[in-house]
Ligand binder design. Sequence first.
Ligand SMILES: Nc1nc2c(ncn2[C@@H]2O[C@H](COP(=O)(O)OP(=O)(O)OP(=O)(O)O)[C@@H](O)[C@H]2O)c(=O)[nH]1
Ligand SMILES: [Mg+2]
Length: 193
Amino acid sequence: MASSRADSDGASRLAMKMVVTGPFGAGKTTLIQSISESKVLATERSVSDGSTSKAKTTVAMDFGQLSIDEELSLSLFGTPGQKRFDFMWDILSQGMLGFIILVDVADEAGLLEAADILSFFRERANVPFVVAVNKCKRGKVAAMERARQELDLPAHIRVVACDARDRDSVKGVLLELLYAVLADVDASLPAPA
Ligand SMILES: Nc1nc2c(ncn2[C@@H]2O[C@H](COP(=O)(O)OP(=O)(O)OP(=O)(O)O)[C@@H](O)[C@H]2O)c(=O)[nH]1
Ligand SMILES: [Mg+2]
């Protein structure tokens, strides 16, 4: 599941694979760029169909890294948002220990897409996930409630508000996910004899 390797600072840490997914334009690449300690490998291309004011979109993946402590680091894989690249969703979901689904609740079409994306990833792996809502113009609480409702989330699933452009805010989301993954690992360990 997780693999050991040398980080960019030369330290050998256990890397936990986490995926950042969500609809087109939600802010996945931005989120990874805000938090990654290494230069983000981003495969972005010009948006070709003229249907949006956004200049670039992810066509394969984003990759960034973050060290947690001396022993642990996170490998962050961002997915493309557009469904036509969903073969990459499949590839990137392999071996993930958890995922973040980033949603802009003001984007109605994006909300519908988010429900499909969430089903896709939940079907691929039974791993913990956190729902992050950003661009909360009408307030964080309302945005979090909307996401919980539209994605039909059970009470134990964490929903957090964030600004994907802000490092500390993104750190908060990743910590939520990390706690959920560690709790999951803990729960699956056999009880002491
Ligand atoms: N206000 C605000 N803007 C954001 C936030 N996150 C991203 N943006 C902006 O939203 C736009 C899209 O961000 P991207 O990071 O390209 O979104 P993406 O999800 O990677 O997009 P695709 O790869 O095309 O699916 C950019 O102009 C960002 O600056 C946020 O939390 N708040
Ligand atoms: Mg992107």
